[in-house]
Design a protein around this ligand. Structure first.
Ligand code: BES
Ligand code: MN
Ligand code: ZN
Length: 500
């Protein structure tokens, strides 16, 4: 769907449907005075009285079919005092899905409406555009098109009363669009089944992304990883017929080649069966999205490149498939990580941290990062603690924690800070190796984060995002069908756009 701009006021506007936001108990026309000129019939439409403005309520009003704006779709935002950017995202998503069902080709949204709510008009425009695009997302690549699959609306037009687009709206709409492209890429990757999206295929997807945007991409295969000494990552992939990969993508625009990079590390388990400590079969298929962290990083990088951001950003993605096999890693194995620390493996299902620890070392050896943020579907314990709507945020750096939490609040990725509780390092002591990769079930998300912390050099700004549980929608919402939701993509984009 194209995002367009129409200036010159209602007399110049033309589209099959116009979207009007309205709060509970208010007349939709009050929030959108333009409507008196754009669709005068609407202000006297008797049906307006049926519309109460509840959250996500929709009402479609019909004028004469020959009018330039023959329909109005009113979108409820709920009570005015509780309106947040999130409701604009969701209302816009639901609206575009409805317009698709109705077979409407173009949608016009009077942009003057944004000024009548808190949050900043350009930010609300950005969120609305992003939400509108995400509401149309579907993963259809692997099924035969159905007769009644309706095509997406072709245009979303922001309508302005001014004679030129006011400052900031072009850029805001582009940012919203770029973010949606990034989220869609992450969803596509995480929704792709594990027989198709292997570590090698994920490497190819990264190469293709890099090619699209003139970025550098390096793929380390099994032999290269062995040469380097990434034995923790290699151990994870040893039970699989598909080779692991360490994927590195670098975005370094001209003039910023020597910047200290912001480094994103994403867990890229293209399938996690648990290995020899095999998982129960219920919901095992969702472990195809155990690369949602890596997918989020690639999605963010796509948006960063589309935005043309003036800073260096590097993705490091340790990718593997965790399978049981005659050559698979065993509980009791000890491997020498890239950092040189020996690690005792106790449960082959705690594989993510093994993949990540080598990636952390790789990142710090090769660059002096401005900050390192890792994102991973790391522990079921995190999902048990925080549920499916809030991700775990771990860092000793208060400023970084606040940046991430604030970024998440704006874009709708919710985080709750959990402690890197030093006394629990005790849990990671091993009788035979430098460190064990896991502790008891209790505090499982903290234990995993603490394990990773052992691979972070003093003085390096580092945060760990545990997105197990938040990465997958078991029920559809306006912003996402069932499946991968692209959690974290927009957080990472905001970090790259902002001052971290
Ligand atoms: N990929 C899983 C974590 C996970 C669970 C992600 C549910 C999404 C939804 C991870 O590799 C794992 O299996 N972790 C184990 C660790 C345990 C064995 C210490 C877990 O959480 O059970
Ligand atoms: Mn696992
Ligand atoms: Zn896993």
């Amino acid at each position: 769907m194209d995002i367009r701009f129409q200036t010159g006021g209602p007399a110049a506007w033309k589209a099959p449907v116009m979207l009007v936001f309205a709060c509970k108990g208010e007349n939709p026309a009050d929030n959108c005075p333009e409507i008196a000129d754009a669709a005068p019939w609407f202000t006297i439409a008797p049906g307006v009285r049926d519309f109460s403005g509840d959250k996500l309520e929709q009402a479609l009003f019909h004028g004469h079919p020959d009018l330039a704006l023959p329909r109005v779709l009113a979108l409820g935002l709920g009570p005015r005092e509780s309106v947040t950017p999130d409701i604009f995202r969701r209302a816009a998503a639901a609206a575009l899905a409805r317009c698709r069902t109705l077979g409407l080709e173009g949608v016009l949204l009077p942009a003057g409406q944004f000024a009548r709510f808190p949050g900043g008009p350009t930010r609300l425009a950005e969120e609305t555009v992003c939400g509108a695009l995400l509401g149309l997302y579907r993963f259809t690549r692997l099924r035969t098109p159905k007769e009644d699959d309706k095509p997406d609306p072709r245009r979303l037009t922001l309508g302005f009363t001014e004679n030129s687009v006011p400052d900031g709206f072009h850029a805001a709409a582009r940012r919203g669009e770029h973010a949606a492209v990034g989220v869609a890429l992450a969803r596509d990757l995480a929704n792709t089944p594990p027989n198709i999206l292997t570590p090698a295929a994920l490497g190819e997807a990264a190469e293709e992304l890099a090619r699209r945007h003139g970025m550098a991409c390096t793929l380390l295969d099994r032999a290269a990883l062995a040469e380097l000494g990434c034995n923790a990552l290699l151990a994870v992939g040893r039970g699989s017929a598909r080779e692991p990969r360490l994927i590195v993508v670098e975005y370094a625009p001209r003039g910023h080649e020597e910047d200290k990079p912001l480094i994103f590390i994403g867990k890229g388990l293209t399938f996690d069966s648990g290995g020899i400590c095999i998982k129960p079969p219920q919901n095992m298929h969702t472990m195809k999205s155990d690369m949602a962290g890596a997918a989020a990083v690639l999605g963010a990088l796509e948006a960063v490149a589309l935005d043309d951001l003036p800073r260096r950003v590097i993705a490091v993605l340790p990718c593997a498939e965790n399978m049981p096999d005659g050559d698979a890693m065993r509980p009791g194995d000890v491997v020498t990580s890239l950092a040189g620390k020996t690690v005792e493996i106790l449960n082959t299902d705690a594989e993510g941290r093994l993949a990540l620890c080598d990636a952390l070392t790789y990142a710090q050896r090769n660059w002096t990062p401005a900050a390192v943020v890792d994102i991973a579907t790391l522990t079921g314990a995190c999902a048990v603690a925080l549920g499916q709507e809030v991700a775990g945020l771990f860092t000793d750096d208060d400023a970084l924690a606040e940046r991430i939490a604030a970024a998440g609040r704006v874009v709708g990725d919710n985080y709750w800070r959990l402690p890197l509780w030093e006394p629990y390092q005790e849990h990671l002591k091993s009788e035979v190796a430098d460190i064990s990769h896991m502790g008891p079930r209790e505090g499982g998300a903290i234990n995993a984060a603490l394990f990773l912390k052992n691979f972070v050099e003093p003085g390096v700004r580092w945060a760990h995002l545990d997105i197990a549980g938040t990465d997958w929608a078991f029920k559809k919402t306006p912003l996402s069908p069932v499946g991968a939701v692209g959690f974290g993509v927009r957080t990472l984009i905001e970090l790259a756009r902002g001052g971290v």
